[in-house]
Design a protein around this ligand. Structure first.
Ligand SMILES: Nc1ncnc2c1ncn2[C@@H]1O[C@H](COP(=O)(O)OP(=O)(O)O)[C@@H](O)[C@H]1O
Ligand SMILES: [Mg+2]
Length: 344
């Protein structure tokens, strides 16, 4: 039935999929969008990961830009090959730590990175001031003398009664290593940052890794920026970040804007994962896609973000299937019933 319907296509934007009521192709008009963030919501198995990958790779092609994928399930390295021919670097943080500083960096950049690291650690672990000061002093020294170390070694002893999770977190960071993956790879190339093993050990450590890299990216991409989108960041299973530090996440989302040229493509299971900032996050996304569920409550909860009326909610509960959902696409006020088309 859908294929027989004449398709009038409008090629200005990113192809999303088929309007299941009218059979037309639907596009996200990114040129007109005030920002390029996207939020996908849906129960497990509804098609969030496929939707994110589909749309993010098309956005990357349209703007001739690269992707940074934060992968807590270890599924993207193989999945991404189905969607693009481009090369992806796989970065496993348990093998290759995230460098806080390297030997060739300017002092002000090092100072900035150390501060970001301590702030990120502090927003999750709430460290006493004297500990923060000691870490600061220690890291400054290590970076200054270009001393290569893993932070779990050099900062061991700072926490008397701390849990193993602190050491897990520290073990994925290092100083001054020339052999470690330089962060600029992540900014300039297509990278899948494999956090899956770390995530199994400790979701909080995975959150710190992600938040730290995202904050550092802001400083670098600003200087690279030549197009409306300089970098696309894919954050699946957003709840692990929201649970750890929703304030950090919201700050990043707001600061990653059109001016900075960073687009966030995010997915999570429930809009309530983002409480108490669900409204702020939704307001900052030009595309909101809710994938199917037969639960009426689910749609009622999402209705204000999608502009779904009573009738719309009833309809939404009926359209169930993988890749099927309701999309609110800027600048349209009315939502679309859509099938996310991964192949085209
Ligand atoms: N748009 C789609 N069209 C067809 N099949 C899909 C689509 N999206 C998802 N699927 C199927 O559903 C499975 C689960 O999708 P996935 O994106 O991993 O769900 P989620 O991330 O929400 O758990 C996929 O492996 C695929 O088989
Ligand atoms: Mg998924």
């Amino acid at each position: 039935m859908l294929l027989d319907t004449p398709i009038k296509s409008d090629k200005n934007g990113v192809y999303i999929g088929i309007d299941i009521l009218f059979g037309k192709k639907i596009y996200w008009h990114t040129e007109q969008s005030p920002r390029h963030h996207m939020l996908v919501v849906g129960p497990t198995g509804s098609g969030k990961t496929i939707a994110l990958t589909t749309i993010a790779t098309r956005l990357a092609n349209l703007y001739n830009t690269t992707l940074a994928i934060f992968d807590v399930k270890g599924e993207y390295a193989s999945l991404i090959r189905l969607f693009t021919d481009k090369n992806f670097i796989a970065w496993n943080v348990l093998q290759t730590p995230i460098p806080i500083c390297n030997c060739s960096e300017a002092q002000e950049d090092i100072t900035h990175s150390i501060r970001l690291f301590i702030n990120t650690l502090n927003s999750l672990y709430k460290l006493p001031t004297y500990i923060r000061e000691q870490i600061h002093e220690q890291l400054t020294k290590l970076c200054k003398y270009c001393y290569e170390a893993s932070l779990d070694n050099v900062l061991r002893g700072y926490w008397v009664e701390e849990s193993e999770t602190m050491y897990t977190t520290l073990s994925i960071f290092g100083t001054a290593s020339e052999s470690s993956a330089p962060l600029h790879l992540l900014y300039q190339k297509n990278v899948v940052m494999d956090l899956s093993k770390l995530f199994l050990l400790d979701p909080k450590a995975a959150a710190i890794a992600t938040l730290y890299v995202l904050k550092r990216m802001l400083r670098v991409v600003k200087d690279l920026n030549t197009s409306p989108i300089a970098k696309i960041v894919l954050l699946d299973e957003l709840w692990y970040l929201a649970q750890s530090s929703i304030e950090d996440l919201v700050n990043i989302l707001i600061r990653y804007s059109r001016g900075y040229g960073i687009a966030l493509a995010m997915a999570t299971q429930s809009i309530d994962d983002l409480n108490p900032y669900a409204d702020v996050i939704a307001e900052n996304c030009s595309t909101i896609l809710a994938l199917s569920s037969s639960s009426r409550n689910y749609w009622v909860r999402l209705s204000r973000y999608l502009n779904l009326g009573k009738k719309g909610i009833e309809n939404a509960t009926k359209f169930v299937g993988q890749g099927i959902g309701v999309a609110k696409l800027y600048p349209h006020e009315k939502p679309f019933y859509v099938y996310i088309d991964p192949i085209d």
